[in-house]
Design a protein around this ligand. Structure first.
Ligand code: PXL
Length: 276
């Protein structure tokens, strides 16, 4: 059985980060260990007055206990990190647990639609850039790619620009950058660059016009799970694009009640079939 560890916050209500990654990666038949980086009462998108308990100090203690136990992971996947200190600690975790025969996925969660998420600073952006250099796969959206590359945000994701951005992202040091939220006419999807073989991959499906919180986390979780199961870059991209789109579609009839996230739970059964 494969084993992954995911390092990100737990937003107690709101369907993102760990409350998405844990059920999705587990449903894919992968043992999923977690390191919660912070506990929030809700996610920060649209809720007011949320609580935030920083667990930065716990991360090195958890890591050293795991080192004593001799634990190892097939995949290490990080998402939302709440502070620049956390970025450094996660970087140390990569040094301890990253091996020749496993891989690291960094989802540089920092913002969307051209805006940084609440509480994020330039220092965190700088730290995230360094973390991306240590990753095998990074999964930014256009906002995060612009922040990582220090270029102005621009929604244009035509083929030439996406390829330029992927090239520049790979120059940060990661082998396989993946760019999400890419539009091509009526289609929506993701593109990736395999810098080892100098090949581009892409996956698209029909665009569903609805922005929902946590869809980036759904994409990154399915993608990480698929690579962990040994699927290649193109297949993993395809699965992540189609499953994320299915989750958005499944949410449409409930979109007024569930404004804070997607009804991904309704699609978990299908995911089990999609990976066969
Ligand atoms: O989905 C990304 C995410 C993760 N964690 C927290 C968030 C967000 C996006 O808003 O607020 C706490």
């Amino acid at each position: 059985m494969k084993r992954a560890v995911t390092i990100q916050d737990i937003s107690c209500f709101g369907k993102c980060s760990l409350t998405v990654a844990l059920p999705i990666i587990s449903a894919m038949g992968i043992e999923t260990a977690v390191i919660p980086t912070a506990v929030l009462s809700t996610h920060t998108g649209g809720f007011k007055g949320y609580t935030f308990r920083d667990l930065t100090g716990d991360i090195p203690q958890i890591a050293s206990h795991w080192e004593e136990l001799g634990l190892s992971f097939d995949a290490i996947y990080t998402g939302y990190l709440g502070s620049p200190d956390q970025v450094q600690i996660v970087s140390d975790f990569f040094d301890s647990f990253g091996k020749e025969d496993n891989f690291i996925v960094v989802d540089p969660v920092m913002g969307d639609a051209g805006k940084l998420y609440a509480g994020f600073t330039d220092e965190l952006v700088c730290g995230m850039r360094k973390l991306c250099a240590k990753a095998d796969y990074i999964i930014p959206n256009m906002t995060e790619a612009a922040l990582l590359l220090d270029i102005p945000y621009d929604e244009n994701t035509d083929e030439e620009r996406s390829k330029d951005i992927l090239h520049s992202l790979s120059a940060l040091g990661c082998k396989y950058p993946v760019l999400t939220g890419v539009r091509r006419g009526e289609e929506h999807g993701a593109v990736a660059y395999d810098s080892v073989n100098d090949e581009f991959k892409s996956a698209f499906c029909h665009h569903v016009n609805r922005q929902l919180h946590g869809t980036g986390d759904i994409f990154a979780s399915v993608f990480t799970g698929a690579v962990t199961l040994g699927k290649d870059l193109g297949e993993s991209l395809n699965l992540a694009v189609h499953f994320t789109s299915d989750c958005i579609t499944a949410t449409l009839p409930h979109a007024d009640e569930v404004w804070y996230g997607s009804c991904f739970e309704l699609c978990l059964g299908d995911l089990i079939h999609m990976i066969k």
